[in-house]
Write a protein that binds this ligand. Structure first.
Ligand code: NDP
Ligand code: GDR
Length: 358
């Protein structure tokens, strides 16, 4: 029998890649989408099917993680074999401005879904994946971080996700639910949200190269992240729910780079070398050939508390799930820059709205 999955956050980066994967595995896929005054289904447009079509296997439902009755109804209607809880206010810096909302959507939202499964007596049937995060490690006690590394969250986003993480563990232990946490390190793609640092950089590189933008303003250039490709990571999510026993797993590449290195690598894709001048707030990145300023540090992108180094050890996932990443750092940057160049050349991405503050 073909399986049915419910994906919250289906309109986001990971939701779109996961929906693709599950449809290719023969699933019927239901996705939760928010009502928005503007179009927000661009990432899943290529798989959208008219629900009236007889062979339709992809369906969208309006919903919100802050609305328990809505979540209960959608779970009841769809009776999923698997729920992937990817919906979240996922921007760390924004969470400092919207702390209560982030706690509600990311923390309590997860609890609402777990409760929906319990109330609808689906604990035996429905497997649950929680989008946990390397941000839980925050000011980490060890490098690299693995499943046993203690958590030390450094933002309202991370504290909300901490609540969600432990709710999942508790429902697993209390009710025997097949509920797993994927502790995923940063993963990116050409459809990464435009205000996360990688996509902000690759869009800026494309726009600067095409003469559409002057320079890009960034925050902490010294932060180190373990960046992988979203396509690889959604496969790991799926593998977690195919295991007999639920558990928590780190997914990571095992390689970390600074934001500064990401900038250099991305500009190298368009043949531009970067020379750094100054330090801290005054630091600037110059075109090595012309001396033109292309990168400036703007303290408004500094966070009240920063996560300095994230580097993951995915040994457990490799040994138990057979998971490993396929796309390396250079390939990831190349794909993102190439995609942004193409999108901007086609003029398809609201180039008129581009601002150097991204
Ligand atoms: P995105 O920000 O791209 O997508 C988030 C999704 O959640 C969007 O579909 C968004 O809808 C939806 N959403 C936000 N708030 C609500 C709400 N209140 N109710 C319903 N839906 C909501 O994130 P990613 O795809 O990058 O990440 C997926 C998940 O994985 C998130 O939970 C994130 O925190 C987590 N994560 C991500 C990592 C990464 O590096 N990408 C690493 C580790 C964890 P809309 O499109 O309308 O905004
Ligand atoms: P992160 O991703 O906070 O790791 O969370 P982000 O790309 O926002 O930041 C990464 C690092 O880059 C530094 N930085 C900047 N960040 C942004 N957004 N904009 C800038 O201009 C800028 N300049 C420097 C940041 O300070 C930070 O150190 C992502 C999200 O997807 C989360 O949902 C997820 O849980 C974690 O990854 C793992």
């Amino acid at each position: 029998m073909a399986k049915t999955a419910l994906i919250t956050g289906v309109t986001g980066q990971d939701g779109a890649y996961l929906a693709d994967l599950l449809l290719s595995e023969g699933y019927t896929v239901h996705g939760l989408k928010r009502r928005s005054s503007s179009f927000n289904t661009g990432r899943v447009e290529h798989i959208y099917q008219d629900p009236h079509e007889e062979d339709a296997r992809f369906f969208l439902h309006f919903g919100d993680m802050t609305d328990a009755t809505n979540l209960i109804r959608v779970v009841q209607e769809t009776q999923p074999d698997e729920i992937y809880n990817l919906a979240a206010q996922s921007h760390v810096q924004v969470s400092f401005e919207t702390a209560e909302y982030t706690a509600n959507a990311d923390g309590l939202g997860t609890l609402r879904l777990l409760e929906a499964i319990r109330l609808l007596k689906l604990t035996e049937r429905t497997r649950f994946y929680q989008a946990s995060t390397s941000e839980l490690y925050g000011k980490a006690a060890e490098v690299p971080q693995r499943e046993t590394t203690p958590f030390y969250p450094r933002s309202p986003y991370a504290t909300a996700k901490l609540y969600a993480f432990w709710s999942v563990v508790n429902y697993r232990e209390a009710y025997g639910m097949h509920a797993s946490n994927g502790i995923l390190f940063n993963h990116e793609s050409p459809v990464r949200g435009e205000t996360f640092v990688t996509r902000k950089i690759t869009r800026a590189v494309a726009a600067i190269h095409l003469g559409l933008q002057d320079r890009v303003f960034l925050g902490n250039l010294d932060a180190r992240r373990d960046w992988g490709h979203a396509k690889d990571y959604v496969r790991g999510m799926w593998l977690m729910l195919q295991q007999e026993v639920p558990d928590d797993y780190v997914l990571a590449t095992g390689e970390a780079h600074t934001v500064r290195e990401f900038v250099e690598r991305a500009f190298a894709e368009v043949g531009t070398g970067i020379e750094w001048r100054g330090m801290g707030i005054g630091e600037r990145g110059l075109d090595a050939a012309t001396g033109r300023v292309l990168v400036e540090v703007d303290p408004r992108y500094f966070r009240p508390t920063e996560v300095d180094v994230l580097l993951g050890d995915a040994t457990k996932a490799r040994e138990r799930l057979g998971w490993t990443h396929e796309t390396g750092f250079d390939e990831l940057v190349r794909e993102m820059v190439a995609s942004d160049l193409e999108v901007m050349r086609r003029g398809a991405s609201g180039v008129a709205h581009l601002s150097s503050h991204g």
